[in-house]
Design a protein around this ligand. Sequence first.
Ligand code: ADP
Ligand code: ZN
Ligand code: ZN
Length: 733
Amino acid sequence: MIAEIIVNSSVNELNRTFDYEVPEEYTIGENIDIGYRVLVSFANRKSFDIGYIIGFKERSDFKCKKISKVCDRAFDNEKFMLAKRMARRYFCNLSDILKLLVPPGTVNNVDKIKPKKERCIRLTQNFKDNESNFKIKTEKQKKVVDFLKDNVEMPVFILVDVTGTTMAVIKSLEEKGVCESFYVQVSRNPFVNKNIKKSFPLPLTDEQKEVISKVELDKTQTYLIHGVTGSGKTEVYLQIIDKVLNEGKNAIVLVPEISLTPQITDRFLSRFGRVVAILHSKLSGGERYDEWHRIMNHEARIVIGARSALFAPIENVGVIIIDEEHDSSYKSETTPKYDAREVANEFSKIYNCPLILGSATPDIRTYYKAVTEKSIILLELKNRISSFGMPTVNIVDMRNELANGNKSVFSESLFKAIQNNVARKEQTMLFLNRRGYSTFIMCRDCGYVVKCDKCDVAMTYHITKNLLLCHYCGAEKKNVSICPSCKSNNIRYFGTGTQKIELQINKTFPNASVIRMDVDTTQTKNAHETILQKFKDEKIDILLGTQMITKGHDFENVTLVGVLAADSSLNIGDYRAQERTFQLLTQVCGRSGRGEKLGKAIIQTYMPDEFSIQCAKDGDYIKFYNEEIKVREKLNYPPFCDIIIAVISGGDEAEVSKDAKLLFDIMNADFETFKPMPAPISKINDNFRWRILVKAKVTDDVIDKLNYCLENFSNMKSNDTKISFDINSNNMV
Ligand code: ADP
Ligand code: ZN
Ligand code: ZN
């Protein structure tokens, strides 16, 4: 029997099957099947490669090698069919999708992560039967033996601890044959250090009851829960999951960048305990591996995680929930460039279960579908749980501040509000959409900007290292005090980063305590959690942070939110700039006044008339949607079409531009295609990049046509250029 195998590779030419002979001792349907991972010797390589079996046949036209080793089963037939559709839909190799289906950390090495084993000690049978034959000499030895008699068996580290003995004592007992070691498999538990209190279902508000009653289980249907911040969406999810578990089914919950929102996972853990499995990138490889296996063994029945948790080996799914569905992290920006919301929709058909999307600021495309198509049912939570309702939001025009001689980053009114809040012992969150000390460094005389040598981007100054960093490739450079171009010493630091603001807060509010949360302070494992816990428990006056403080947090003592510069997301050169700004401002203002105190938010801006800022002030999503959808329709942007970005890249600039023109000619025959141009970031890591934009409404037919263009192009392009297609990418650069 011959197995058809896909090898683990992103190389385009290897995106096909290879034939290998199945060893005699294996029988299809028993110990080998479609979806098994195998080791094969591929080409002339010395080491083994990982392959996936995707089919069988009686004989091959080639002389085949034998499969070297049969490993674990990674997927079943249904997941395989889905993987095939995804590979076409997201323009990648089948193995790029298949690797999402295997235990984390084992993509390139099946045995890399080993189950964790713990050494335990027990008395030998011989000792138990013939105790009188053994001489227990010392007091310490006697203590160990007595302890084991009472306790049967014990992990060795506990035994040593409770009997106050040493490893040497245990070793000598082992040598005498009194006791013996054995190993048991244990789970690395990522929650061991957590002290989580059990919580119980809350009596629901009428709005919450209404929403829950509308969701039909046992049926494929997508719902959008549009609920203002603090309207009790999470409680709704918890109670729907409770119903699903009672029916004997399981649940998948996706949350954005889960490690940023420990509060959400805690709420699930406190309600459901250890049947919750958590999968995200901040867990250690071993922890992720064990969580994956707890799901496989049916120990865990609820999976919570970032987008890839969708592919966890959970069966019999009764509901899929995507919280904060507008969040950009649901769209992958690396291969495979899939959108978890689209894939979740496919899964809900396979499992015949509802898909619930929730947000205070739904993606314009999702909301458009919910109001124009039957494919999404719109459910609403219009009121906050807190009796004080939504926070009051004020806009400050920073141009007036400047005119009045205030050059500080704090407007008069934000300054006063912070001062009052500190005096009242209430907490404040300050939001800045940047990191680092300054955004970039420029010579005031000649305009020279320090850029990365390998990437076409300005480098960012980091005060703690006194270095310039490239945020694209990570390259570092020494800081400059003299302009490398004109030798002037008139160097200026432009833009304001969180580190600089922290210093200013310390100066401006000497009595206030401050804690900072951004990419730099959250490098280590659990750093997010530690910062947020400190802010909560130690009643730190001010939490200063970037994007990561905007999502999901629920601190009842926060009554003031300050947005230092609302405009930075308006200037991102993206058709979604207004949407992003509205979402960001609504989410961050929504952190204020969630407890039983009135909340307040102040938005500082140089563009107070922008409608995204005005609508965020009024907390009016519908008004924003109605404006924005008109613009989208007029300019033919999503949801009225999809935008496909083709990036052609390579080390030779002339070849890249030549191939870009070639691709343009191919695409332009079938699609509305824009002229090829160097990408806004025209070089990353010494690779030149050209970009082509294509507008098309994506259907199965269009996907086929795009794949056809891609194949055509791949046959004609020069060997060194690479091509990538991405539908509705978050990244226009
Ligand atoms: P959202 O997810 O919509 O932002 P949450 O679910 O976090 O809102 O709810 C906001 C706050 O209200 C939380 O502290 C939550 O515990 C509380 N809450 C939610 N539902 C109820 C309810 N039915 N009764 C009392 N408190 C509730
Ligand atoms: Zn770089
Ligand atoms: Zn200069």
